[in-house]
Write a protein that binds this ligand. Structure first.
Ligand SMILES: Nc1nc2c(ncn2[C@@H]2O[C@H](COP(=O)(O)OP(=O)(O)OP(=O)(O)O)[C@@H](O)[C@H]2O)c(=O)[nH]1
Length: 798
């Protein structure tokens, strides 16, 4: 949200609609995302397992202004992409122009992995195609984890690289792709976040029958958050009811991105043969083993000529809306050449104003190669993208990184993974090159590390390399760091930071069944936490239970299963618990005196003021001092602020986090010998807890945006299921299936998959995504508070 606000504020502050305006908006967004305030910070103490803590992503309300300021500074420094390109040697410019760092992202089951498998086959990276859940029992290359192959879902993003030989006008050029296949399920959303953070472009895959689906909207948001240009590929053209033009319409209307088809299908459903390329007005079909040969004919089938003309015109008009040069030609009624259309598509796609739409079927091996050509033609190379770092020696002033090998090294560790050879750290190299044996500095803690081994990943296999150039992605061994750390070669005081880490919504207690497994359990947990910032663990001080929390039932389920398979640790788990929050609904004054004497020095602190709802940020807390006349000296006021923060960690109602509270201290008193930081910290905590009740304390529960898709005949059953669980926001009935969007409390959704399966003969699917916190129904609040009090009472009497 912060980023979107920043961009909106910026847009209103600069010339909207001009290319410079768009560029500044883009820079500001990247800068806002890379602001240090969003860096997750880790602290491990003692055993690590029992004392893990992480400060949540904090969001400064002045992000929009900061982003605007940064963008202005950049403009003043005249660091335009053109200026950067002018400083490149021709060799470097050529090398970079052939690099594409791309991700494949989409709704669950749209065919990302199947598409990626074809890409690997056509580029010669794999010798044979294996299907997701295929009969040969091998499984797709990119789903290398045993669990992924069994369940037919992608859990971890997998990186690979491939060379694509593009032939244009009889001339062959080799492009180098670094490719990341990401999971579609919302529970593994962090994998998409980190991929988007470091990629330059993306292929958004859509299903030809369903078009834009719930997770398409989620990945769209992630692409927008990191300003990732995209091309769109409508897959599953062989399916009954396939309609690529409906998908184009949905991209325009639901994702609000101007989109137009650059191809039309030849044949439909089972008869789908290939596509007409609207730019060159030619037909493209596949033949040979697994469609390896591409047959291009300069003829458009007679029966498609009219449709092709109409859709070509629509493409040109859409481009004229978003590209000045195309608009001029359109107004002058000139017919653009194929080269002019392609140049306009490239400009508009990179400027995030347009997405060209292609179509095909990965499973039937048709029309994948033209999509690879489009990756080269329309997605940016590393030098077309504005990547920013913050100069720590100049008050975090933003600086643009240039993807030249000759410049000092700057790279970002975006993903950690443990494999049999040790910890593997994925690095995106933004500037400079990295050589085997080189020393790097972690800019978070200034630690010097040697890079003993550099590899390029090919799913779970790797290839050793001795050097990696600017703009590329690689993995290194033997580097202790956290996900999101910046590395430099020590010459530049730069930090880059990081991606957006969503808060967890669900937790459960867990313990190994056998006490002898404690060590393996602890090892596994430490590894999972290092690898996945959305997987958290803490030990509840009162119950002494180990609690894991994450993005949903499936997310936690997978980790429990991985413990069993990879570490041979069987666990007992408790009932899933909701991450409730507590807040206040009105102002309440307090005047609290802490006065304790127990021999020796005592504790004395008086604090006076009020608490009220934080109107600036319903999800953040705010502490303010308005003490005049020095009745509380500054050093004790700092302790008061700390006390307030600590009080917000465990709310008075249920012991869950407090959000949306504003505490003001106006007055107080000290004692010559008995006042201390400790006393003021404690007094503030006690004052807050006491005032909380008078301020109308409320229990908040997470509301989830839930999307259910099922065959149309089950609409009545689903309606009954959902009416009990939440409010229905939208229903869309398609040719043979319908989609319902509802807002439900997470509490009501436990075990929902079983009910849905029963109500739809196993044919329904659903996905859930956190939407916002809202007050829990009064009867539930009462029940929860009573249960919490009973628990506390039981502990007191134990
Ligand atoms: N009919 C048809 N089915 C396809 C096509 N492409 C993929 N599929 C099938 O769709 C299902 C999902 O494919 P995947 O490639 O696993 O989809 P995904 O998007 O990677 O899935 P997740 O990673 O779990 O989100 C599999 O059963 C594929 O065989 C296609 O072009 N046509």
């Amino acid at each position: 949200m912060r980023v979107i606000r920043a961009a909106a504020a910026l847009n209103s502050g600069c010339a909207v609609g001009t290319r410079q305006g768009a560029r500044l908006a883009g820079l500001a967004c990247r800068a806002a995302v890379t602001s240090p305030s969003s860096t997750p910070c880790y602290s491990f103490r003692l055993s690590g397992l029992r004392h893990f803590s992480r400060s949540p992503v904090s969001r400064s309300s002045s992000a929009a202004e900061a982003a605007l300021k940064q963008a202005k500074e950049l403009a003043a420094a005249n660091m335009t992409p053109e200026a950067a390109a002018a400083r490149m040697t021709p060799e470097e410019a050529k090398r970079l122009s052939m690099v594409r760092n791309i991700g494949i992202a989409a709704h669950i089951d749209s065919g990302k992995t199947t598409v990626t498998e074809r890409i690997l086959f056509y580029t010669g990276r794999v010798k044979a195609i294996h299907e997701v859940r295929g009969r040969d029992g091998v499984g797709a290359k990119m789903d290398s984890m045993e669990l992924e192959r069994e369940r037919g879902i992608t859990i971890q993003s997998a990186a690979t690289f491939a060379d694509w030989k593009k032939v244009e006008n009889g001339k062959e050029e080799t492009y180098h792709f670094n490719l990341i296949d990401t999971p579609g399920h919302i529970d593994f959303t962090i994998e998409v976040e980190r991929a988007m953070r470091v990629l330059d472009g993306a292929v958004m895959v859509l299903c030809a029958v369903s078009g834009v689906q719930s997770q398409t909207i989620t990945v769209d948001r992630q692409m927008k958050r990191y300003n990732v240009p995209r091309i769109s590929f409508v897959n599953k053209m062989d399916r009954m009811g396939a309609n690529p033009f409906k998908a184009v319409e949905m991209i325009n209307s639901k994702l609000k991105i101007p989109a137009a088809a650059i191809q039309i299908p030849i044949g439909s459903e089972k008869e789908f043969e290939g596509v007409v390329d609207l730019i060159h007005m030619r037909s493209i079909r596949n033949d040979g083993l697994r469609g390896i040969n591409v047959k291009v004919s300069n003829q458009v089938p007679e029966h498609l000529k009219e449709l092709a003309e109409q859709k070509r015109q629509e493409l040109i008009e859409k481009l004229a809306d978003v590209d000045d040069e195309m608009a001029e030609m359109f107004l002058d009624e000139k017919t653009p050449t194929p080269e002019q259309i392609k140049a306009a598509i490239r400009r508009a796609t990179i400027a995030l104003k347009f997405t060209p739409v292609m179509m095909g079927t990965a499973l039937a091996d048709k029309s994948i190669q033209p999509m690879l050509d489009a990756v080269c033609d329309y997605l940016p190379n590393p030098s077309n993208i504005d990547n920013m770092a913050l100069d720590r020696s100049k008050g975090e002033q933003p600086v643009r990184l240039m993807p030249y090998n000759s410049l000092p090294f700057v790279g970002l560790a975006f993903k950690l993974e443990e494999n049999p050879y040790g910890q593997l750290t994925y690095i995106r190299v933004y500037q400079g090159s990295l050589k085997k044996g080189q020393y790097l500095f972690n800019s978070r803690n200034d630690k010097k590390v040697r890079i003993p081994r550099i590899v390029r990943m090919h799913s779970n296999e790797m290839e050793d390399v001795s050097e990696i150039g600017a703009g590329e992605i690689c993995a290194v061994f033997g580097v202790e760091c956290a996900s999101g750390d910046t590395f430099t070669d020590g010459r530049l005081p730069y930090g880059m930071s990081s991606m957006y880490v969503p808060d967890s919504v669900m937790s459960l207690s867990i313990k190994p069944k056998r006490s002898s497994d404690a060590d393996a359990f602890s090892k596994a947990m430490n590894r999972f936490m290092r690898e996945d910032p959305t997987f958290r663990l803490h030990v509840d001080e009162e119950s002494e239970e180990t609690i894991i929390s994450g993005m949903g039932e499936l997310h936690l389920d997978i980790y429990v299963e991985r413990l069993r398979r990879e570490y041979k640790v069987d666990c007992e788990t408790g009932k899933p618990r909701v991450a409730y929050r507590e807040t206040i609904s009105k102002r309440a004054d307090y005047d609290f005196l802490l006065k304790r004497q127990s021999g020796g020095p005592g504790d004395y602190a008086r604090v006076v003021g009020w608490i009220e709802p934080n109107v600036d940020d319903a999800e953040g807390n705010k502490f303010e001092t308005k003490v005049v006349g020095g009745n509380i000296p500054d050093k004790y006021l700092a302790a008061c602020g700390k006390g307030f923060e600590e009080a917000c960690i465990k709310g008075p109602l249920l012991g869950h986090k407090v959000i949306g509270a504003h505490m003001v201290v106006t007055d107080g008193a000290t004692h010559v010998t008995d006042s201390s930081d400790y006393a003021f910290n404690l007094a503030t905590q006690m004052a807050f807890r006491k005032a909380f009740v008078d301020a109308g304390g409320v229990v908040l529960e997470p509301l989830m945006k839930t999307t259910i898709t099922a065959p149309a005949e089950f609409q009545g059953n689903i309606l009954m299921l959902m009416n009990k669980r939440g409010s229905i926001v939208d229903t869309e009935v398609g040719a043979d299936e319908f989609t319902m969007v509802a807002e439900c409390s997470l509490n009501a959704m436990f075990g929902f998959s079983t009910h849905l399966r029963a109500a739809t003969q196993g044919k329904g699917e659903f996905s859930m995504e956190f939407s916002h916190y809202a007050a829990a129904p009064p009867h539930l609040q009462k029940e929860l508070i009573a249960a919490h009090e009973k628990e506390l009472e039981a502990k007191r009497t134990k």
